[in-house]
Design a protein around this ligand. Sequence first.
Ligand code: ADP
Ligand code: MG
Length: 141
Amino acid sequence: MKEVLKAITKNPEETKKFARVLAEEIVKTKPGKGAVVIGLEGELGAGKTTFAKGFARGLGIKEEMKSPTFILMRVFRKKNRNFFHIDAYRDQLDFREFLKSNKNILLVEWSNKVKKFLPKNYFLFKLRHAGSDRREIKLYA
Ligand code: ADP
Ligand code: MG
């Protein structure tokens, strides 16, 4: 995968907005063959769950998004789309079944732990600390 974009956010709101805009673009795009998959890599506190919150907002999901580290997966339904928020930190849930439908959007925190289940094409975001409230976000595709 190649690095295609790099951004620095200065606070959590900027990270949320970044992810929200991404989600809005994805919903506008014509559905492909299978699910859309977003992988998030980055150490604890890098902003993966913050990103997930913004992303869900971009899909029009109003429910509160918690870190699912203790909940393997949460599913939200919105306008004929299913949004799967998965956290692979502790348990490597086999989510391949959900990759089949192009109505599905999967966002996987700690996607580096479940590489064996990821499809060939997906969006990989690597987040890292770049200061106390600064985060670097790199997109690979
Ligand atoms: P992760 O899921 O990667 O462990 P979280 O999103 O749960 O990370 O936590 C990130 C923490 O860092 C939150 O407390 C958030 O408020 C804080 N933070 C500070 N600056 C940023 C930023 N630019 N982007 C995202 N989170 C930030
Ligand atoms: Mg998290």
